[in-house]
Ligand binder design. Structure first.
Ligand code: ZN
Ligand code: ZN
Length: 82
């Protein structure tokens, strides 16, 4: 599997979907609450750790762990908006 959009849950990718390296200070880590099926699998509470790319100006790439998905939806890795 070589797709840059596919990440194993629990491991932070080292770059965003657009290829910006996520070194120190190059991403913004936050927590978002959510009621999706993916969020319910999180032992720490209903929500996702969200990493937003800050390496490129205006880069919209966002990664979430666990992946955000709802029953009946095809499971997708985070929100690959980039
Ligand atoms: Zn980026
Ligand atoms: Zn969600």
């Amino acid at each position: 599997m070589t797709s840059p959009l596919v990440y194993a849950s629990g491991s932070r990718p080292d770059r965003c979907a657009r290829g910006h390296p996520w070194g120190p200070g190059a991403f913004i880590l936050s927590w978002v609450t959510c009621d999706c099926e993916g969020a319910k699998s999180n032992p720490g509470g209903y929500g996702h750790h969200r990493i937003r790319c800050a390496a490129g100006p205006g880069c919209p790439s966002v990664w979430q762990d666990p992946p955000c998905w709802y029953a009946g939806m095809r499971k997708s890795p985070g929100h690959p908006e980039g």
